[in-house]
Write a new protein. Structure first.
Length: 150
């Protein structure tokens, strides 16, 4: 997917600007899912950083956000461990009103900036084009979708 390639190039530049060594590795999806599951050092087939993307709905709340959990071996790849984030996530889930959830979400964001379970590197809006004779397309979002002809 072109967006994954572009994301990798941007992330590589950012890592190098931070003064870190970076080796950009192009890979097929099967190799990515095998390698990202490895906790071995890079020299033995492991990894330090990989890029991926999520749909907006997956990131809407701290309970469903895939890379946010910090419960060690049960967490997203990288396996962050932070009991404070986990306690706040549970508190958010049990909150009875949106105002309380907003207050807890702020605390979660603050703690995530301190512990860095993952690094958001950008946001993009996908573009889709259809021929003039294609009808009945229901866009999944109202994020700037427009009809174009071939």
């Amino acid at each position: 997917m072109l967006t994954n390639h572009i994301h990798a190039l941007v992330a590589e530049q950012l890592v190098k600007k931070l003064g870190l060594n970076a080796e950009l590795v192009t890979s097929d999806w099967g190799t990515v899912v095998t390698r990202r599951a490895s906790k071995k050092p890079v020299g033995e087939g492991g990894w330090n950083v990989f890029g991926t993307d999520f749909e907006g709905a997956e990131m809407l709340n701290p309970w469903l956000n895939p890379p946010l959990p910090a419960n060690g071996d049960k967490a997203w790849f990288g396996w962050p461990k932070d009991d404070n984030i986990e306690a706040l996530r549970k508190e958010w889930l049990q909150a009875s009103d949106s105002e309380t959830r907003q207050e807890i979400a702020i605390k979660i964001q603050e703690r995530a900036f301190e512990t860095v379970p993952y690094i958001p590197t950008g946001q993009y809006l996908p573009k889709t084009a259809y021929r003039k004779n294609v009808r009945g397309i229901a866009p999944a979002c109202s994020c700037g979708t427009s009809r174009k002809s071939d």
